[in-house]
Design a binder for this molecule. Sequence first.
Ligand code: UGA
Length: 464
Amino acid sequence: MSRVCVVGSGYVGTVVAAGLAAVGHDVVALESDDDKRSSLQAGDVPFYEPGLPDLLRAAVGSGRLRFTDSPADAMDSSDVVFLSVGTPSGENGRADLTALGAALASIGPELRHHHVFVTKSTVPIGTHGWVEIMLEQASNGGTAPLFAVVSNPEFLREGTAIGDFLYPDRVVLGSDDPAAMDAVERVYAPILEQAFDLPGSIAPRREDRWDGPTLLRTSLATAEMIKYAANAFLATKISFANEMAGICERVGADVTEVAVGIGLDQRIGGHFLNAGVGWGGSCFGKDVSALIATAKDFGFPTRMLDAVVDVNRAQRSVVVEKLQRHLHSLMGRRIALLGLAFKPGTDDLRDAPALEIGRRLAQLGARVHAHDPVVTAVPADTGISVFLDPFEAAASADAVVLVTEWDEYLDLDLDKLARVMRGHLLLDGRNALDRAAVAGAGLTYVGIGRPTAQPRTGAFSRGA
Ligand code: UGA
């Protein structure tokens, strides 16, 4: 088993630290924030990620995971170091490497034996060279090279991160040092060979059609590029679906069926073709902008990526335009948003479409109420009031908008919803609801890129 250090106990770092301990490694997590460190050491996760608290408690309980704030302790206890500090969007979409630089500066002086540094944080292509220089400077340029650098991009999705970590489609390692890649490959061996045993209560569900992980060894720049290209392509698929939705609406087609019809072609694939309010979250916007910024540095035009971002931005206005079409002026209207998180399975509000939609509706004079199964507060400047019950949020609403397709909303009592509303418009911003069931409850169903369904004849109906 390997001796591993994970630097940074944010979302990715915590999953990686707990996951690597769970498959048998000795892991020390280096975290400078006192509150975060002590709550994680006690098994409490300060954000919402299904299954992570149990995995973390099992890892800490087994003695294979511990947290420290001492770079010396962390370096002395490890041979492979995963760098998982945040790299938020900085100026002009460029990734901000301040936290990574600070981490390297604190670690560098503590290198007393050889370490392999693994960049897990999403960093601009070419950053490995900067990491080497930072470490060299911080380690006072020791005579023998005390480290090697490997890029190992992460492909975890919020909400399903543990399953994505333990059952990945691929593990990408990039380096010009084969021995360093071997060391990281050994860390991943239990996952690559699926040779680990987790109690049923902790093991996440594995996708039915999963062929096992593929290991890909590349150069550093290629590994870094794979991460950006993957997120850019997924964002492109969604923006493509959203553009198709706009055309479908105009020609009277249903984009959800079009997505199935094209997705069955194995060359296209059915994933990430759900049209709706568009992508949000901390990754797609940040990574596509960073890739555009990198291309700009080389004077290379990114016509496709620019369009992908434009389509996504416009998609959030589509909800507002649809509400205006059906309700006319939004002054004094009551609109309820179902779902605030940028996707189900997380409490993350970064670049969440709901916040932007809510803010815009409030600016247009609407009173905006919202509910989310895990988010209970939003920034005050959004003008959104959060309720703890979906029906309370929808009480006397002229329209309800489904923004995040939490399971709880897919099973919502539509008759009750229709009763508590004063209007009858249900705008399905994720095309996730059953149109006929909505219409059957006496509500007008409006989706994104699919025909509207009017309240079924004979069903209870009221004016807006
Ligand atoms: C994304 C990638 O999927 C991960 O592989 C990657 O590791 C991660 O970014 C990252 O770079 O850290 P994540 O942002 O957690 O993961 O969530 P996704 O499931 O990819 O969803 C992103 C957004 O796209 C959400 O707002 C979601 O609602 C939206 N989406 C997704 C659609 O609008 N339509 C779809 O068909 C799929």
